[in-house]
Write a new protein. Structure first.
Length: 284
């Protein structure tokens, strides 16, 4: 955490705000090419042999335009909207710098994985591996990251079935494991390993290990006890509202769709609505 904080203070000004918007634009361009000029995508794939032997340097970046394969335009539109929403929510939660680090980390790990495979196969072996590298698994790790941050958020599966993100993440993880086992090429496995490795390293680095200490455990117990007491007091209030945002003053009576959370970093029992939970200034 301290390392990331130092990096953010030093390089945070270079972060690209709204990065997911540009990724979606890349996906749209890729799908347009796939439906109108599919042969053009052959010049954009991540092919280390062509990069080093034919000096096609642009392939180090252009493979981001290669979209996940899909023949259903309706599914493509739904996927683009979903991942735009997930990516935007992650950026609002982490900040632009850390979201940039997560996305570019997945891209860099994928490039490194392809280069390792290129060396293993033989630098003079004209073998094509670019067809296995696309943004598909990077998209899946965006989904997994959102599920880790918001495990109890509900989505409508097929617009009908409500299901929590944590269970969808389990399904995604099983699909990734299944793809790793049944894929017929090591290039596909390398693409999976690169994306999952980025996910694991990022959350291992950003996890606060102090939360496992006995002192922190007691602090959380006291915090939960105070939250429960505060909730009981609010239930007895004359207004009848259980939750109230400490910033804007809105309650669940103003909008039944509002979500409220207590902030564990504030000194006291301060509750915030979903619009101010990540933007308020902590009370010390």
């Amino acid at each position: 955490m301290q390392f990331l904080n130092k990096m953010e203070r030093r390089f945070g000004r270079y972060a690209i705000p709204g990065l997911m918007k540009y990724l979606i634009i890349c996906y749209v361009i890729g799908y347009i090419l796939e439906y109108t000029a599919p042969n053009v995508l052959n010049y954009l794939t991540l092919e280390p042999y062509l990069i080093f032997h034919n000096l096609q340097i642009w392939r180090l970046i252009s493979w981001v335009l290669v979209p996940p394969t899909s023949s259903n335009i309706i599914f493509v539109v739904i996927m683009l909207i979903l991942y735009y929403q997930l990516g935007t929510a992650l950026e609002q939660t982490w900040g632009a710098f850390r979201f940039n680090l997560y996305i570019f980390g997945g891209i860099i790990f994928t490039i490194i994985g392809s280069l390792i495979l290129f060396v293993i196969y033989g630098v003079n072996t004209p073998i094509s591996i670019g067809g296995s590298f696309s943004t598909y698994y990077i998209n899946m790790t965006i989904f997994l990251a959102f599920a880790v941050c918001y495990p109890d958020t509900r989505v409508m599966l097929y617009f009908i079935i409500p299901i929590k993100m944590k269970w969808m993440a389990v399904v995604y993880a099983v699909l990734i494991a299944y793809s790793f086992v049944v894929t017929g090429s090591w290039s596909g496995r390398v693409a999976i390993i690169a994306s999952v490795l980025n996910f694991l390293i990022f959350f291992a680095v950003t996890r606060n290990l102090k939360t496992a200490s006995p002192k922190e455990f007691r602090r959380k117990q006291n915090y939960r006890r105070q939250v429960n007491q505060s909730r009981q007091n609010r239930q007895k209030s004359a207004e009848g509202a259980i939750h109230r945002c400490a910033i804007c003053g809105r309650t669940e009576l103003d909008d039944p769709n509002l979500q409220f959370r207590y902030c564990s970093k504030c000194n006291g029992n301060y509750e915030y609505c979903q619009d101010h939970l990540f933007t308020h200034k902590h009370v010390e």
